[in-house]
Design a protein around this ligand. Structure first.
Ligand SMILES: NC(=O)c1ccc[n+]([C@@H]2O[C@H](COP(=O)([O-])OP(=O)(O)OC[C@H]3O[C@@H](n4cnc5c(N)ncnc54)[C@H](OP(=O)(O)O)[C@@H]3O)[C@@H](O)[C@H]2O)c1
Length: 311
């Protein structure tokens, strides 16, 4: 496909954004990167049409770059887990997690509203944290939101994004699960003890991890950009979430290291405080909308996904 449509991408320097930037360029899009540090973004990701200074605010000089763009893919936000060891959700950091998303998204939509030539589509990141923590009850896009910190952030973040619909902009909210990436995120954290042959489940072990292979995550973001049927919330998770115990057993098989040393919940609670909920509680999320839309997962099951990434 060849097109010179202009796409605004925030969060391009992140785990998902880096892969997405490459995929957009491969498809011939002209990408404008919005970053808090454009010179660092330029060094890390050469080849963008422009590097624009952007940080979460209700307005800013960057707004003019949105006028005339075909689409905005908005991925930026302060990391919810900056690695699990030694980081706590202090009140200040919680505010940063929330404001970076809520005020950041508000500013993007304000700029859409003010544009003479509005974009056709806004693809806005969200997370399965929207649903809160749950037992083994399957959750789909019609399930109600949770009431914990991350859920409240997701609700407020999505509320800002859907305002774009009022201005005639098709808006997709991508509720992403645990993106399997060896460079960062949950998989990188889980891998370390397995590499040291001290891997094992995080208790209670029955909590569900709703994961997704990065290739599927990128394909879903591109589908949201290009397929006019995609609108509203979309769960970006593989159709086979696994309990933590099964996840660790499969991970152990793939890396050739047994899953045996269970991590007690209390140890994580002492080390991480409230953040321990992210790993000791889970959610069993299903990609109902994607399946209705006929999306075919490249990696619908965990073992081939991990084999692709780790062997
Ligand atoms: N990775 C996952 O497993 C996962 C799961 C569910 C949802 N998500 C959501 O998907 C989006 C992208 O995820 P990701 O893993 O690629 O994120 P990431 O690696 O943490 O990067 C996101 C980008 O956001 C920008 N950023 C960082 N701190 C910020 C702050 N305080 N204010 C404004 N911008 C800030 C940075 O770009 P600059 O430095 O260039 O400004 C960074 O490259 C995030 O909103 C995340 O919550 C991710």
């Amino acid at each position: 496909m060849s097109t010179s449509k202009r796409i605004i991408l925030t969060g391009a320097t992140g785990l998902i954004g880096t892969r997405l930037f490459a995929a957009l360029r491969e498809r011939g899009y002209e990408v404008v990167i919005f970053s808090r540090n454009p010179s660092r973004a330029r060094a890390a990701l050469p080849g963008a049409a422009e590097y624009v200074t952007w940080s979460p605010a209700e307005s800013g000089p960057w707004a003019s770059a949105i006028d005339g763009a075909h689409a905005i893919i908005h991925m930026a936000g302060a990391p919810i887990t900056q690695g699990l060891i030694g980081v706590r959700w202090t009140p200040e950091y919680k505010r940063e997690i929330r404001d970076s998303r809520v005020i950041g998204t508000r500013g993007i939509v304000n700029a859409i509203a003010a544009a003479t030539h509005r974009p056709a589509v806004l693809v806005s990141a969200s997370a399965i944290g929207y649903y809160g923590y749950s037992d083994d009850t399957p959750l789909d896009e019609s399930s109600p939101p949770g009431r914990d910190f991350v859920a409240e952030v997701c609700v407020a973040w999505e509320r800002e994004a859907v305002r774009a619909e009022e201005y005639g902009v098709r808006t997709a909210l991508i509720r992403t699960g645990i993106v399997l990436d060896t460079e960062g995120g949950a998989l990188a954290q889980l891998l370390l003890p397995f590499r040291l042959r001290t891997g094992g489940p995080i208790m209670p072990g029955s909590q569900y991890y709703s994961w997704i292979h990065p290739d599927d995550e990128i394909a879903i973001l591109l589908m949201a950009l290009e397929d006019e049927r995609v609108r509203g919330p979309i769960n970006a998770t593989a159709p086979t979430p696994e309990t933590n115990r099964d996840f660790c057993t499969i991970l152990g098989q793939v890396v050739g290291s047994p899953s045996w040393l269970a991590v007690p919940e209390i140890a994580l609670r002492i080390a991480l405080g409230e953040m321990a909920d992210l790993v000791t509680k889970g959610q069993r999320v299903l990609p109902k909308r994607l399946q209705e839309l006929g999306y075919t997962f490249r990696y619908p099951t965990l073992k081939p996904a991990l084999e692709d990434l780790l062997t």
